[in-house]
Design a protein around this ligand. Sequence first.
Ligand SMILES: Cc1ncc(COP(=O)(O)O)c(C=O)c1O
Length: 427
Amino acid sequence: MQFNLDDVREQFPALAITDGNVPRIYFDNPAGTQVPLGVLGKMRECLVESNANIQGNFRTSDLVDATITEAHQAMADMLNAPSADEIVFGQNMTTITLHLSRSIGRLLSPGDEIILTRMDHDGNVGPWLMLAEDLGLEVKWLPFDTETFEFDLAALDELLTSRTRLICVGGASNLLGTINDVKQICAKAREVGALSYVDAVQSVPHVSTDVQDIGCDFLVCSAYKFFGPHQGILWGRREVLEKLTPYKVRPAPTAIPGCLETGTQSHEGMAGTLAAVDYFAWIGETMALDYHDHYRHFSGRRQFVHAAMDCLFDYEKTLAEKLLSGLQSLPGVRVHGITSPDAFERRVPTVSFSVDGLDPEKIAADLASCNIFVWNGHMYAVEAAKALEIYDSGGAVRVGPVHYNSVAEVETVLNALEDILPRANAA
Ligand SMILES: Cc1ncc(COP(=O)(O)O)c(C=O)c1O
């Protein structure tokens, strides 16, 4: 069976909600996705049947321990991690990164160089700037081309030196939608002996993610962006994780991953994350049969999840194509991202645009009055918004489809904009 949108949408109760008979159209997905029934059920089950702290000597604690073990394994499958104990759960990407940056900092010395990018979300910038300030590190910036919306990797070669210790880069931009060549960037980091930290928050919901193929040292993502609950997840290469000094309290475990999972975790969040991975596996098993061959080297859930991601990517490309061609035909609209269909392999369907002279907040509010949910502003991609010179003018409007959106919903947002933009211009 091929991708079946009706079957997919039935899994998401939120998609059926209307307000005064007007359906909700969710294009705020890069800020957080809706959740399928399996996630809701698993979280409920966790809270009803196994609501206890971990490693006690009684039934509910045994059950939650089992769920936590399964959740680590599910994320190992999702990211093709060599082992489940390299998966670290935490509150969200930002908190994990702030926390882990302290431990990574113990490996660095004053005068060491780190490379940050002008494209990344501040979750992969701010924590490292603070670390640099604390330790006296030198920060170098990798720019992106504001015409192509991609990095020029020759520019990275110019930045790398024998003192480079760390490169922090995003898998996909939450503002531009660009998918970055993290494999090549991590290879360049390795050549000079630097560690690499990949913020995959915006790529994991859209593309198959294989940490072994990427060759990074750390990769971090957030389940609430891929149809799970509010939960952050980090993968770290075992040799590197074991070298870190964990910031932890004394009685906490000393081995990975427990030494990095501080305090009492969100067990229901891990349960929901497990179910989100199983949701992808369901798609892979039932709708992505044509894609199984891409992952013959995997088996079981791992193969299904990765096949599902390729299948969903192809479907999402049709949404991106429709959205981008429609936006480009609207007068005055400036898309901040790749628009050429030839390059759609290098973008997720997240599309940001602005209209000269119009406040993005006003456009988002007008769409909200039609029950169409989009984001506006700089979306925490502070450096990118500054590079595009939209930081001081309210940023952009971001329309972010995912695989549960339909072509009809894309048409609805385009029709609404066709109506809204001339009115706003005239006002
Ligand atoms: C690319 C990217 N990185 C990091 C974050 C921060 O994620 P979290 O909310 O899990 O801290 C976001 C959130 O939007 C994001 O889009």
